[in-house]
Each structure stands twice: as C-alpha cells, then as structure tokens.
Design a protein around this ligand. Structure first.
Ligand code: GYE
Length: 333
C-alpha cells in the first residue's frame, strides 16, 4: 500500500516531509504560478481554504492549525471559508476562490463525491489544489496532493478494541456515523466492520449524527427509546463529539456511560480524552487534527514547482483510560 506515515513529532520541524514511496508528479495543469518573484523577495501567497464547517472539537483544532500555519507571518494571505457541512456551499466557495484567482486552494472536502467539475475548473485556471483531512473520489490527477489520516485504519483499531473487549459475549452495538458520504464516515465504518468480523458483536442500528454533539445525542435518544438502555451494550461513535452527545443521552436515561453501555470513539480531542479519563468513554482512537504545517509546506512546494508526495498520511495512536490520564495535560488539542 502506498503510504507515508508521519509522527506527531514531524509537525514541529521543517523536516516533516522526508518522504518515501510514490512521488506524485503533481499535475502539470495544476502546478500554477510560483509564489515568489524573480528577485528573490518572497511574495505573499494567497490561499483559499474551504473548510467543512465547525461541527466538532476536532474541526476547531484543525481550523486553528491551518490558520496558524497559513499566517501572514509565514508569508500567506488566507481566505477562509467554512461551509457549514453543506457540500454545495463548499463547491461554490471553491468557485469563488477560482474567480478571485488565488495562488492555491486547500480543501477539506465535506463529502467524497461531486468534485470532478470544480477541480477541473481549478486545473484549467492553473490553480493547484491541495486536499487536507478528507479525501475525494475524483481522479488523483485533479489535485496536487493530499495530507490527512488513515480513516480505515482508525476504524480497524476501534474495532480491534471492541472485538478484544467483548470476545465471544453476545453484544448489541449501535453506531453513530459521521456525515453521510464523508470519507471518515465511510472508511471508519468499513474498517471497524472488518475488525469485528467473526466476533459476537451485532450492529443493531447505525445512523448518522453528522459528527456533532447534538446529532450524537439525539440519535442516541432515539436508540434508547427504541431498544431501551438495557439492550444496548456498546456505542461506536465515529467521533468524540457524537460520543459525548451519547453520554448525555445515556445519563438522562438513568444509566452509566462507560459501565452499563461501553463507548468507543475516534479523535482524542480534549473533551473526549477527559471523558475517557472519567471512565465515561472506554477507548479512543486518535485522529490528529494538526495538519496545517504539512498543508502549508505542500502548498509552498507545489507553487515552487517541486515534486511532492501525492499522499501524505499522518500517524495516529490509541488511548486507554490509563494512557489518557498520563497525556491529557500535555496535549495541544
Ligand atoms: O473525526 C470529526 C470531524 O474529517 C477527520 O471530521 C475529520 C472528522 C473528525 O468533524 O470530528
């Protein structure tokens, strides 16, 4: 599998992109103009960033990381758009960036499908596109590079924990899915299902909570009223925020999250880690949101005409309650 893993340590240094494996040839059409003038003095690089929205703690940390990396101090002018998780609004934000003739466009795509036309328009306008966080189903030739996480592997790690925890004990699981059609929702579901194959865990229901705390809470309330707290053993939430919403619903129903109903989530943001330390969540798979520096580096390199790695994966880890207690105070998000 073509894959490059970067540990969190890499975020601090300029050495972050010491990569191996397949080198993308970029995209001749999408390589665009350079961000420096002939005389050597750096020109400001104007970047349009189409963020998904502000649905979760992960997203806030990711936005902050991007804003810090694409700062004026670092030679960027960042035009920021958050699409409120609306795919059509996000595509029109990208069209606006093309009309404004920005130097480069960075997208955290809400959903995987539907990108071909606007990515072709960017290529025609010779504006390189770098994807961060989520992936698209469009051809790799339509963007210069992608940096993010291995969502499938995150699902596998969550599922392996569940299979280990419940073993052969018949277990009723409900799932709180991320945004329908998004890469992390698709891949975290598939990875988890693979890992629990052959176990006694049965998925009794699976619905989207849209990666939000409110969404997780109201879907969980529905599960509780349909099945009763006593018939639900395990919640798999595709992110911490939905798990935190589920905790509220479980407590409101008079049950104890983490004991009566076990919870496994993905992200490892502050509030999720606190709930893990408090025993309300049982296991968390990390999803590192600090992608700004790597994205900025890719933008700079692509604009300079350098060959960049097409696919840059950042490594994730997992946390038990004890591990969370050890690191919670030192984590940046
Ligand atoms: O897990 C979730 C956020 O795309 C990896 O989006 C990201 C996901 C993250 O809303 O909290």
């Amino acid at each position: 599998m073509r894959k490059t893993l970067l540990t969190t340590i890499a975020f601090t240094g300029a050495a972050a992109l010491t990569l191996s494996g397949c080198s993308g040839n970029g995209n001749a059409d999408a390589s665009g103009d350079t961000g420096t003038d002939g005389g050597g003095a750096a020109e400001t690089i104007t970047v349009g960033f189409a963020q998904t929205g502000a649905e979760s703690g992960w997203r806030s940390a990711n936005t902050e990381s991007m804003q810090n990396a694409f700062s004026e101090e670092n030679g960027f002018e960042l035009i920021f758009n958050a699409a409120d998780n609306d795919p059509a609004a996000q595509i029109s934000a990208v069209r606006n960036f093309i009309n404004q003739d920005v130097d480069a466009i960075v997208i955290a795509p809400v959903v995987e499908d539907g990108w071909d036309d606007v990515l072709e328009e960017a290529a025609e306008a010779e504006i390189p596109v770098i994807l961060e966080d989520r992936t698209v189903s469009a051809s790799e030739d339509l963007y210069a590079a992608w940096v993010g996480l291995d969502f499938h592997e995150e699902g596998v790690m969550a599922g392996e924990w569940a299979a280990e925890e419940f073993g052969d004990t018949p277990t009723n699981m409900v799932v709180l899915e991320g945004t329908t059609g998004s890469a992390p929702a698709n891949e975290r579901a598939a990875g988890f299902d693979e890992a629990i194959e052959g176990s006694a865990i049965e998925t009794i229901d699976s619905q989207t909570g849209d990666f939000t705390r409110d969404g997780g809470k109201s879907v969980m309330e529905g599960y509780i009223s349909n099945y009763g707290v006593e018939d639900i053993d395990l919640v798999y939430a595709h992110n911490d925020d939905m798990g935190l919403g589920a905790i509220e619903a479980i407590e409101a129903a008079g049950a104890t999250p983490g004991e009566d109903i076990k919870i496994v989530t993905i992200d490892a943001v502050k509030d999720g880690m606190q709930a893990l330390v408090d025993g309300k969540i049982n296991f968390i798979v990390e999803c590192n949101p600090m992608l700004g520096e790597l994205a900025a580096e890719l933008v700079t390199d692509v604009l300079a005409g350098e060959e960049v790695e097409k696919t840059v994966y950042v490594e994730d880890q997992t946390f038990t309650q004890e591990q969370a207690a050890e690191v919670i105070d030192s984590r940046p998000y």
